[in-house]
Design a protein around this ligand. Sequence first.
Ligand code: PMP
Length: 364
Amino acid sequence: MNDTDFGLADLPLRDDLRGQTPYGAPQLSVDAALNTNENPYPPSPQLAEEIGSAVAEAAAGLNRYPDRDALQLRADLARYLDHGLDRDQVWAANGSNEVLQQILQAFGGPGRKAMGFEPSYSMHPILARGTGTQWVPVPRTAEFAIDVEAAHSAIAVHQPSVVFLTSPNNPTGTALPLETIEEVARIAPGVVVVDEAYAEFRREGTPSALTLLPSHPRLIVTRTMSKAFALAGARLGYLAAHSATVDALQLVRLPYHLSAVTQAVAITALAHADELLGAVKRLRAERDGLVDWLRGHGFAAADSDANFVLFGRFDDRAAVFQGLLEHGVLVREVGPPQWLRVTVGTPEEMTAFRRALLDVTGRS
Ligand code: PMP
């Protein structure tokens, strides 16, 4: 049988997966890749070497399974989070996407609902679908905030087992006030997940939901080393929650899900957190400058507490996306119609972005 005789339609694929396309932004080779919210600054050569030595050490023991409970890594993550947490309240997996999937495996599933406030991170509904959880989208306000009244009634009607609050939100950059998170945690019947993938980029005065953990035992705060830590390639995400939640996740995690190599890389990176996080301040300043510049040139720009900015508005955003790409600048066509999202890169990349945008839109 050759390839053309057999396709997806011939496989016993689940009905809810038929016609779907895999999630993922284009991975193109361009001058300025500003489309996946990566940190543009790689680890220093010294740190790369140190990570290499840690990997070599792990490699010498690869005949054995890794520490299934990732005890040292979880202790180090708890120390990094610095909210009086210990390792029993911290869990880690291959990227925060896997952490989120495990949460849905444990607390969602057939006959259960997960709720999110859109526009938001589009993997949340995809992970819900993959775990057989019904997705309930609730719209955000025109300013991309969460209307607590609307949240109240949606939660009362749907009784979701899992509620996602993304703060700072992707793709809008909006951080949620703690009062909103607290109110949702008070009324939600199940677990409330605050996806804080971009937490380190928040502006001054926007506290983390970690501060709410002691008083809200069904709250879960997820984080990642992919963004601020500049470690997207290592695939390490984690969460902080009540230790009972961490116990629950043991029931769905695959045994030895975190390889010895991943654990060694993450532990070494955490020992150099100051260096890896060193660019965060610069990226925040660059982000604030970008928002000002966009507004100063007549574009709309959403307030951002993340390392990206949602900007617009364009009658034909696809044309602007394409025009930027032709200038070697790759952004993301995501979020509400008329808007595009740009990741904050190096000053050189941002200069290329600004020039290209003015050129493509005919503004000056
Ligand atoms: N949450 C949000 C809001 C994100 O934007 C992303 C990545 N784009 C993730 C989670 C997942 O990141 P990772 O799996 O790399 O930790």
